[in-house]
Design a protein around this ligand. Structure first.
Ligand code: 4AD
Ligand code: MG
Length: 468
């Protein structure tokens, strides 16, 4: 038997294979049987397109091949010929084939469309659909794009820890990690849980960010980026929140907010460009799906984002726009309030109709580590907002003064002890430095047009859901 060829390769360079005999292996999407021949559609997950296979009644193993059910795994050897039909450049004339794994009628992915909600319940199988094949090939491409982008610019990839003793955001939305017996917790004299008896001898959690460790390495290696899982126990049951998501966090020494705002814009543009070059079939398919938030013009929209300057405004300017626009909002737009989703949506979807970088938020809206502006009221923060999604990136220039950082932590009633090492960065050769975090799933949503974050991660974890 000839060796296996991937569909991606066959469709990429079809002329190499015309009149050649090859073997393909994959899962049957459909079989149409007639008296003299059968028509088999097979996909192997490597390409958006499936192979159309004509099996004449006389071939070896015809009975088995022509009666395969949707979902059967199979190996088929045949000759690649130019396609008679429209849309496809090549097809296969089967010579022989072999069923590898059978299915029965209960296989849930039949030809008829299944809802996205149902597909979430069978997430172990959904990678076999055209839709999720497309989403996860784009996800892969964007991960590759990320490493290429940062590596080409001299950033070093840092694997920051997943188990941590500090709350890097100071927001208290952490998952505790413990080996103590929850039914019989050791207690201190004060009646509190005695974490000294726990595995690490202290209260530890899953990371909500890798930023603090990234700062340590940026102040040694110059520029680093993390790309890892991130855990938040915020009880947000929305289409844009996961309890377990992936974040990319670049951190750059000797850089100010403007530097990383430009870096953020370049990174987003690079991802768009990379996806367009490497996943054009996937994007065309996804953008034409009826249930996405976008339509066929999304490719052009992305192209224009790739090719134009990102708009930049301050929080104060954003508030002015919101107050002057005449729109009725549910939440207050008085200076000092957080920008809510409805406000962000107005800015990106209606006012700018493009991504926008909002900077210099009131300090009370943001985390403890951000650099205080001279006005004493705002911090050198930025959020990158994009149409349809809202916040894609959050970042800032970091407070590099030990005195100011300690003062801010005191103001926020933070327990400083566990942060001794973070504070020492400010004591020993402190430098201005800045960075940001991009929510990987939100970037995938933005580029694919998928409207629910649960559909761009393999096995989503959300409040009340942790299957597979
Ligand atoms: O704005 P955030 O909280 O910023 C940080 O974590 C900083 N430490 C980043 C840094 O400066 N190094 O989160 C960054 C991004 C958000 O803009 C959003 O895209 C994503 O992470 N994100 C989530 N994505 C999915 N589900 C959640 N629950 C998310 N929370 C944040
Ligand atoms: Mg944020």
């Amino acid at each position: 038997m000839s060796s296996r060829v991937l569909l991606k390769k066959l469709f990429q360079t079809p002329s190499e294979f015309i009149d050649k005999e090859v073997t393909i292996k994959g899962w049957v999407r459909s079989v149409r049987k007639s008296k003299k021949f059968s028509f088999i559609v097979l996909n192997d997950g490597t390409d958006q397109d499936s192979m159309q296979i004509i099996a004449d009644a006389g071939i070896e193993n015809y009975e088995a091949l022509s009666s395969m059910l949707t979902g059967t795994s199979v190996s088929i050897t045949g000759k690649i010929v130019e396609s008679q039909g429209k849309g496809q450049s090549i097809e296969m004339q089967a010579i022989t084939g072999e069923v590898i794994g059978e299915v029965d009628e209960s296989y849930p992915l039949q030809k008829k469309g299944t809802s996205l909600e149902h597909l979430r319940d069978i997430a172990h199988l959904r990678a076999r659909t055209n839709l999720f094949g497309a989403v996860f090939r784009v996800r892969h491409a964007l991960a590759q794009a990320t490493h290429q982008f940062f590596s080409d610019r001299g950033f070093y990839y840092l694997n920051s820890p997943i188990i941590t003793a500090v709350d890097g955001e100071g927001a208290g939305e952490m998952f505790n990690v413990s080996t103590l017996n929850a039914k019989d917790l050791p207690k201190t004299d004060k009646g509190e849980i005695d974490y000294s008896k726990d595995y690490f001898g202290k209260d530890v959690s899953l990371c909500v960010t890798g930023q603090l460790e990234a700062e340590c390495h940026a102040l040694g290696l110059g520029a680093v980026y993390t790309f890892g899982p991130t855990f938040r126990s915020e009880n947000s049951n929305t289409k844009r929140h996961l309890a377990e998501f992936w974040m990319i966090e670049p951190e750059v020494a000797f850089a100010d907010l403007e530097d990383v705002a430009d870096l953020a814009a370049d990174y987003i543009k690079f991802m768009i460009d990379y996806a367009m070059k490497n996943c054009s079939k996937e994007l065309a398919f996804l953008h034409s799906m009826p249930f996405t938030d976008v339509d066929k013009t999304h490719g052009d929209v992305l192209k224009s984002v790739r090719d134009s300057e990102f708009k930049k405004i301050t929080y104060t300017e954003a508030i002015d726009i919101l107050n002057a626009c005449g729109e009725k909002f549910e939440f207050s737009t008085e200076w000092g309030n957080e920008l809510q989703t409805e406000h962000e949506k107005y800015l990106t979807d209606k006012h700018f109709k493009s991504p926008v970088i909002v900077t210099d938020y009131p300090k009370d809206c943001k985390a403890f580590y951000m650099k205080l502006n001279e006005d004493g009221k705002t911090v050198r923060a930025m959020d990158v907002l994009v149409p349809g999604i809202g916040e894609l990136i959050g970042g800032s220039q970091r407070e590099e003064s030990l005195e100011k950082l300690e003062k801010r932590m005191d103001e926020m009633n933070m327990e400083k002890d566990g942060y001794w090492w973070y504070l020492e960065l400010r004591k020993f050769g402190s430098v201005p430095h800045s960075g940001f975090g991009l929510g990987f799933e939100r970037a995938i949503m933005y580029i694919t047009g998928m409207s629910n974050i649960r559909d761009v991660i393999a096995f989503p974890r959300t409040p009340g859901n942790c299957d597979f």
